[in-house]
Design a protein around this ligand. Structure first.
Ligand SMILES: [Zn+2]
Length: 159
């Protein structure tokens, strides 16, 4: 019996006797298959990047295939030629009910690039984004110093 699916990239209906790929990786053509998000370099493995339902993890961020979006979401996503959108930018666009401009950056408050809960996202500039990383690094080195101090105290007691 033939099965009908939708190309995850362009949305075209495909009817085939059987599909070799999972629904979230089904593409109508070689061209569309080439547009599926991938990682580059040695980590180029599908199984590490696929989240199912037309979602992928790319460089720590979550990307969603445009064919999974409704009309309003596509409008918010803007007219980039990419066939997928970064989920955190889309979540923010929905939150503020407008498109995210090119210079604007959506930041993850807890530093987890895959945590796209609206409350974990803030809109900022590239500059602020850099500051976040710096303060996180400072915080980490602070904890490292505390840990080292504790170790020194503990080891001196044993002497
Ligand atoms: Zn297609």
């Amino acid at each position: 019996m033939a099965e009908t699916r939708i190309c995850i990239i362009c949305g075209t209906e495909i009817t085939r006797g059987s599909f070799s790929r999972k629904p979230e990786r089904t593409a109508c053509s070689r061209r569309c298959a080439g547009s599926l998000p991938k990682l580059s370099g040695k980590n180029r493995k599908w199984k590490n990047t696929e989240l199912g339902g037309g979602r992928w993890k790319i460089g720590g961020y979550i990307a969603v295939a445009k064919s999974m979006l409704d009309d309003y979401e596509i409008e918010l996503a803007g007219n980039s030629k990419l066939h997928y959108v970064l989920e955190h930018r889309l979540v923010m666009a929905k939150k503020i009910e407008r498109r995210i401009e090119t210079g604007e950056v959506v930041r993850h408050l807890n530093g987890d690039k895959a945590d796209n809960r609206p409350e974990n996202l803030v809109l900022g500039s590239h500059q602020e984004n850099t500051l976040d990383h710096v303060s996180l690094r400072n915080e980490l080195s602070l904890w490292k110093n505390i840990a080292l101090t504790l170790l020194m105290i503990l080891s001196s007691k044993n002497d």
